[in-house]
Design a protein around this ligand. Structure first.
Ligand code: SAM
Ligand code: SF4
Length: 399
C-alpha cells in the first residue's frame, strides 16, 4: 500500500474509532464485527466521539423515525475536530462512514444528502472496512490532506458475507454474546424493508455457529442469544430444533435464547424443545403485528388470527412459565376501528409479558408503498396510546 506524505513517529500512532449503533440486535452484532476487524489491525475503540479519528454510523431503516435520527446526528458529528488530526494539521474533521440498512437503502445518494460522509458500506460488505480505511489513508494521512476528504467510497454489492468476520472474538459484554445464525429474510412482509436491505435468508453452516460459540466460551462468555430476522426458519444440514439441541449440549454454556421468531415457522416441536432443553431460556418473542385477518393478509404474514392464538395456547400448555412478547403495528393501510379492535382484543386475551407497539410508516421498495397510507396521524397516535396503555396494565399485573 503506497503511503502519502512524510512518515514520522506520530504517524505510526494507531487511529481511534467510534461507532454509533442504531436499531436491532443484528446491528449491535455488526458493530462488534467491525470493531473486531479493526482491532485486529491495531485500531483503538473509544466511547467518546470527540476522541475519534473515524466515526461510523451503523444505521437502521426499519422505520422512517430511525432514519431521521441518523440524518440529524451526522451533521453534529461532522463538526467535531479530531485530536489525531489536530496534531498534524489544524481544523481537520474525522473520517465519517455510514454502514447498515441505510447504506444499502440509499447507496451513493448519501453523499449528496450528507456531504461530510466519506464512505458508505452495505451490510454484506462490512468486511471491506479495514481496506476502505486504508484507501482513505487513515493510517498514513499526510499533513496536506484536504480536510473535506474529497475521496468518496461506497461498497454495497450485496454478496455473501465471509465466515471469518464472525470469528474475531470481539464482544461488547463480558459474559453474553449475540451469535448470528442466519442473515437476511425471504418473507417479504408487505411493510418491511429488511429483505431489500439485508437480502434473502441465508443460513450459516451449523458447524461454524457451534465453533463461534465454543471460541467465545474459551474467552469467558457463557450466555448466548442466537440471532436471525426470522430465526426459527433456520435450516442447514440440521433444522432449527436440532441446532438448539446441539447448542444446549455445548460444555461451558450456561444459558441461551433466540430472537426473532416468525409464527408461521413456530411449531409444537419447538415448544417441546424449549420445555426440555435445560439451558434454553423459556422466552419467546413472537410478533403478531395485527389481530385482524384482513390486515394480516395485506401484510403478507402467512398466518391467521386463529393460527396465532392456537400457538399461544400451545406455548402456555407446553412451556411451563414461559415468557411471551410481541410486536404490533398500528395504522397499517386500510386499518379500520374494527380491525384495530381485533388487535386490541387479541392483546387483551394473549397476556403478553411485553409488547413493542409501532405506528406504521411507509418504507420504500415495499409492497405496502403502493397501498394508501390512509390512517390519519391522530388515529395512529390514539391506537398506539390505547394498546400501550392496555399492555402496560397487563405487564404490571404479571410482575
Ligand atoms: N424479523 C422480525 C419480525 O418478523 O418481526 C423483526 C423485524 S423489524 C426489524 C422489527 C419490527 O419493526 C417488526 O416486527 C414490526 O413490528 C416493525 N416494523 C417493521 N416495518 C415497519 C414499518 N414499515 N412501520 C412500522 N413498524 C414496522
Ligand atoms: Fe421483515 Fe417480515 Fe422478514 Fe420480519 S419476517 S424481517 S417483518 S419481512
Amino acid at each position: 500500500m503506497p503511503t502519502r506524505g512524510n512518515s514520522s513517529s506520530s504517524e505510526k500512532k494507531k487511529p481511534v474509532l467510534y461507532i454509533r449503533t442504531f436499531g436491532c440486535q443484528m446491528n449491535v452484532r455488526d458493530t462488534e464485527v467491525v470493531c473486531g476487524l479493526l482491532k485486529r489491525q491495531g485500531y483503538k475503540i473509544t466511547e467518546e466521539a470527540g476522541e475519534a479519528d473515524i466515526i461510523i454510523f451503523n444505521t437502521c431503516s426499519v422505520r422512517q423515525h430511525a432514519e431521521d435520527k441518523v440524518w440529524s446526528e451526522i451533521g453534529k458529528y461532522a463538526k467535531l475536530r479530531t485530536p489525531y488530526s489536530v496534531r498534524r494539521t489544524h481544523n481537520q474533521r474525522p473520517i465519517i462512514g455510514l454502514i447498515g440498512c441505510m447504506a444499502q437503502n440509499y447507496k451513493e445518494q448519501i453523499f449528496q444528502r450528507a456531504p461530510s460522509v466519506d464512505f458508505v458500506v452495505g451490510s454484506s460488505d462490512i468486511h471491506k472496512i479495514p481496506s476502505i480505511l486504508k484507501r482513505l489513508a487513515i493510517d498514513h494521512r499526510p499533513s496536506t490532506i484536504d480536510p473535506l476528504f474529497q475521496v468518496k467510497i461506497w461498497e454495497t454489492d450485496g454478496s455473501k458475507r465471509p465466515e471469518e468476520i464472525y470469528h474475531t472474538g470481539y464482544y461488547q459484554d463480558k459474559d453474553h454474546a449475540y451469535v448470528v445464525i442466519s442473515e437476511g429474510c425471504s418473507n417479504y412482509c408487505s411493510y418491511c424493508l429488511v429483505p431489500y436491505v439485508r437480502g434473502d435468508l441465508h443460513n450459516r453452516d451449523y458447524k461454524e455457529i457451534l465453533k463461534e460459540i465454543e471460541e467465545a466460551i474459551d474467552n469467558g462468555i457463557n450466555k448466548f442469544t442466537l440471532l436471525g430476522q426470522n430465526v426459527n426458519a433456520y435450516q442447514s444440514t440440521v433444522s432449527f430444533v436440532q441446532l438448539l439441541k446441539l447448542v444446549n449440549g455445548i460444555k461451558g454454556l450456561e444459558e441461551f435464547s433466540f430472537i426473532t421468531s416468525h409464527p408461521k415457522d413456530t411449531s409444537v416441536e419447538l415448544f417441546q424443545a424449549m420445555q426440555d432443553l435445560e439451558k434454553l431460556k423459556k422466552y419467546l418473542h413472537l410478533p403478531v403485528q395485527s389481530g385482524s385477518d384482513k390486515i394480516l393478509k395485506l401484510m403478507n404474514r402467512g398466518y391467521s388470527r386463529r393460527f396465532y392464538l392456537d400457538l399461544v395456547q400451545n406455548y402456555r400448555k407446553i412451556v411451563k412459565e414461559g415468557l411471551l412478547t410481541t410486536d404490533i403495528i398500528v395504522g397499517f393501510p386500510t386499518e379500520t376501528d374494527k380491525d384495530f379492535q381485533e388487535t386490541y382484543d387479541l392483546v387483551k386475551g394473549a397476556g403478553f409479558n411485553a409488547a413493542y407497539i409501532f405506528k406504521y410508516s411507509v418504507r420504500p421498495h415495499t409492497a405496502a408503498e403502493n397501498m394508501p397510507d390512509d390512517v390519519a396521524k391522530v388515529d395512529k397516535e390514539r391506537r398506539h396510546k390505547e394498546i400501550l396503555g392496555l399492555q402496560k396494565e397487563i405487564s404490571r399485573k404479571k410482575r
